[in-house]
Write a protein that binds this ligand. Structure first.
Ligand SMILES: *Cc1c(COP(=O)(O)O)cnc(C)c1O
Length: 261
């Protein structure tokens, strides 16, 4: 499945450039995680990145992910970043090197995943809850938390359910796809309100976990991670405190247009 020499050189070069930009924009004390978003791109492109030491890859479609996971090295850490339906949970859970679900929005799906994960899986499946920070109808995700949110909010109910009913899942943080408008606007204003909303949600959730669950493990050493930033705005996202960035076009080039994307 090797890529042509030209294509491999092109992908390698783009990956190296994105990596150095990620490193330069990184503001936290932990190195950020770069997820290479490979939807619609051939397995040969993924292998090129893998051979350059890239281990985290993101896919949006269950069947495409299943096929790529079967064909590619088992050391790859797959991140599912597409719209997630509970009837696909079983198929996803069967992928041994599925590393993270970044788009969880319902307890029904969480329970289906937890139930379907094989008993001999070595590590829990990482979970990010998707938050619709821009409030756009076309985006999925739960509403962000605000300081007036009470315990009945959807995010808090989902978190409670995850912790009490899904032992094979590990709540790792929150994810958002900000609005394109914010992304463009933020370049002038130096602040992206979607990123700010995700951060505020994380801080409130973290406080809630420490307060309600009273567990030391939700303190300082167990900071919830943020997945925000894509090709057009990952540097701004990192400056705003993102831990995980998801970059597709910047590494692999343009994708064929699809209306559902
Ligand atoms: C496609 C996709 C990306 C990558 O987008 P680019 O603009 O190509 O970097 C990131 N996150 C999600 C959820 C996506 O669907």
């Amino acid at each position: 499945m090797s890529a042509s020499i030209e294509r491999a050189a092109e992908v390698s070069e783009s990956l190296a450039e994105i990596r150095s930009r990620v490193q330069a924009a990184s503001s936290g004390s932990y190195p950020p995680i770069l997820v290479a978003v490979s939807k619609y791109k051939p397995a040969s492109d993924i292998l090129t990145c893998y051979e350059d030491g890239q281990l985290d890859f993101g896919e949006n479609y269950v069947q495409e992910l299943v096929e790529k996971a079967e064909a590619l090295p088992s050391k790859i850490r797959w991140h599912f970043i597409g719209t997630l339906q509970s009837n696909k949970a079983k198929t996803l859970a069967a992928i041994p090197n599925l590393h993270t679900i970044q788009t969880l929005t319902s307890l029904k799906t969480a329970k289906a995943l937890d139930k379907a994960l094989p008993a001999d899986r070595l590590t829990p499946l990482n979970i990010l809850i998707q938050v619709n920070t821009s409030g756009e109808d076309a985006k999925s995700g739960l509403p962000p938390l605000t300081s007036s949110t009470d315990g009945t909010s959807e995010v808090l109910r989902l978190v409670k359910g995850l912790i009490t009913e899904c032992p094979k899942l590990h709540l790792q943080g929150l994810m958002t796809i900000g609005s394109l408008e914010q992304s463009l606007h933020a370049a002038e204003l130096d602040e992206n309100s979607d990123f700010e909303r995700l951060k505020a949600t994380r801080d409130l959730l973290q406080e809630y976990l420490v307060r309600e669950l009273g567990d030391a493990k939700w303190g300082e050493d167990r900071r919830l991670l943020l997945s925000m930033g894509m090709s057009s705005d990952f540097e701004a996202a990192l400056k705003a405190g993102s831990d995980i960035v998801r970059v597709g076009t910047g590494i692999f080039g343009q994708r064929p247009k699809k209306t559902s994307d």
